[in-house]
Ligand binder design. Structure first.
Ligand SMILES: [Mg+2]
Length: 186
């Protein structure tokens, strides 16, 4: 199985929160983060939504208000991602092919300035694409709980079953991190 080839340590996020709104932009800024690369599906909206909610708009405003840059990064298609990002007036990368590094680096290329990898936090709901991809690219990662897992497509459901196995490995090999990050809540 695929997950046997995965470096389990690279699947451990730096933060684990209920949702994006639990991320305090001010604190993130104080910790040295200057850029958020944010996943869309099940991180900002569920699969049955198509436009940014007021809460998402406020979140983006708050992040920018703290002086952080934000780029949306999704494995989904242009048709879904472009109108969403345009409605929020933020740069974006579609068909990012996470967990490959390239999409994350493309997302950083969307910005006018260049940032050190330590200044970049990837935010997403999947261990296998968002966290593992971020770590492979040398970036930090915040894992959120999926907004509505029951509307997920079949390929995401496969990722989730692999995620469960990875979580069990993290629990076994890195029990302290597992506990501190409250990964049992996944
Ligand atoms: Mg997602």
């Amino acid at each position: 199985m695929l997950y046997h080839c995965i470096d389990i340590k690279k699947c451990i996020p730096d933060y684990h929160v209920d949702n994006v709104y639990a991320l305090d932009a001010k604190k993130l800024h104080e910790r040295g983060f200057q850029v958020l690369l944010v996943d869309i599906d099940n991180t900002l909206m569920s699969y049955d939504e198509d436009a940014p909610t007021d809460s998402v708009r406020r979140f983006v405003e708050k992040v920018r208000g703290e002086g952080l840059e934000i780029v949306l990064i999704s494995n989904n298609r242009k048709k879904r991602i472009k109108p969403y990002a345009n409605a929020l007036d933020v740069p974006y990368v579609f068909s990012a092919k996470k967990p490959l590094k390239r999409g994350f680096l493309n997302a950083l290329d969307q910005l006018g300035a260049s940032y050190g990898k330590n200044a970049v936090l990837v935010v997403g709901d999947q261990l296998l694409t968002d966290v593992y991809g971020a770590k492979r690219a040398g970036l930090h990662a915040a894992l959120v709980r999926p907004i509505r897992a029951e509307t997920e497509k079949w390929f995401t459901r496969i990722n989730r079953s692999i995620e469960k196995k990875i979580l069990r490995k993290i629990q076994k090999r890195y029990p302290e991190e597992y506990k501190a990050l409250e990964l049992h809540k996944r």
